[in-house]
Design a protein around this ligand. Structure first.
Ligand code: NAD
Length: 337
């Protein structure tokens, strides 16, 4: 149930379509009378030497203090001497798991109407460790780091999630037949954790086969856990099964109980500033944030208003074949509250 003392949450509107869809979230939250006060932080235009990034130390401190936040997409600025914004957030806040639910939307027809998947992506290492260099001219090297600690942590999160959300199966996605050491260690850690959860069925599926199975019949899977790069790719594939990137939310889970929700998609520079973006993915991410805060009545209310607006079909954004602007679609959701 909702409390009366407002909760402070960090909000990064982000780049590209970020400010437009963040505005949509602010409006819907206001209309739903959600007891949240936003502490807004913007990506800077200069590198903060304390973070070696365009994100300031104060921005990171805000998330550490509030332990809960919502972020819009952040473009990676071109240039040298700084870290990617998303990488900075993941590393500095130790956002070790990225949870990406993917559900068919009632009333929005795609090839499947029964998609109900949870992708859990390891978020701190793997192929995205940011360790690349040139060995000699014409030869470069990229280091894929897999550690026992991070693998156990994300596996533990996946099984715990499955157990507490009434899920029956966890599939570890890998390529251990080729990446024997790295993915091999990842699988070993998943197996160790699986033994502690005998009530959850555990299986291992090779990534290429997983892609084929997902496209053929997404109902073959339940909860999927995997290293960083595979999670990035599989979650976009899953988004495609239900209607695209405008629809899929995610939540980053960090050390010490931090939850930083964000859409799966990026800053969509092709449609930025045109009032065309679909705010659903960020709105549903904000809903996962409300569930994390156990504001379940507000979460249900907002989720229902979004789903009803899309199902009704009168107001839909261009990515869903409609002609509504971001602001008209947002107003329709507020009217459904
Ligand atoms: P993208 O997700 O921004 O866009 C891919 C396609 O999907 C585009 O055609 C875009 O118009 C469409 N799309 C995405 N979100 C939409 C929405 N809400 N409504 C309607 N259509 C939407 O991917 P990209 O073009 O590869 O990346 C652009 C920038 O975003 C890059 O700088 C990239 O680094 C960054 N990025 C950031 C994040 C993040 O902050 N988590 C994630 C992915 C990409």
């Amino acid at each position: 149930s909702s409390s009366t003392t407002p909760i402070t949450a960090t909000l990064f509107p982000g780049d590209g379509i970020g400010p437009e869809i963040a505005e949509s979230v602010k409006q819907v939250f206001k209309a739903a009378e959600v007891p949240i006060e936003w502490e807004e932080h913007y990506v800077g235009t200069e590198i903060d030497p304390r973070t070696q990034s365009f994100l300031t130390w104060e921005s990171l401190e805000s998330v550490r203090r509030n332990k809960v936040g919502l972020k819009g997409p952040m473009a990676t600025p071109i240039g040298k001497g700084h870290r990617s914004l998303n990488l900075t957030l993941r590393k500095e806040l130790n956002l070790y798991a990225n949870v990406r639910p993917c559900n068919s939307l009632p009333g929005y027809k795609t090839r499947y109407d029964d998609v109900n998947l949870i992708t859990i992506r390891e978020n701190t290492e793997g192929e995205y460790s940011g360790l690349e260099h040139q060995v000699v001219r014409g030869v470069v090297e990229s280091l894929k780091i897999i550690t026992r600690q991070a693998s156990l942590r994300v596996a533990e999160y996946a099984f715990h999630y499955a157990k507490t959300h009434g899920r029956e199966r966890v599939s570890a996605i890998h390529k251990a037949n080729i990446m024997q050491k790295t993915d091999g260690l990842f699988l070993k850690c998943c197996r160790e954790v699986a033994e502690k959860y005998p009530e959850i069925t555990y299986e291992e599926v090779v990534i290429d086969n997983c892609c084929m199975m997902l496209v053929k019949n997404p109902a073959l899977f339940d909860v999927l856990v995997m290293p960083n790069l595979y999670g990035d790719i599989i979650s976009d594939l899953c988004a495609g099964l239900i209607g695209g990137l405008g629809l899929t939310p995610s939540c980053n889970i960090g050390e010490g109980g931090i939850a930083l929700a964000e859409a799966v998609h990026g800053s969509a520079p092709d449609i930025a500033g045109k009032n065309l973006a679909n705010p659903t993915a960020l709105l549903l991410s904000a809903v996962t944030m409300l569930r994390h805060l156990e504001l379940n009545d507000k979460a249900d209310m907002i989720q229902d208003a979004i789903l009803n607006t899309i199902a009704e079909g009168r107001y839909r954004t261009a990515d869903l074949g409609g002609s509504s602007s971001t602001t008209d679609f947002t107003r329709a959701i507020c009217d459904h509250l």
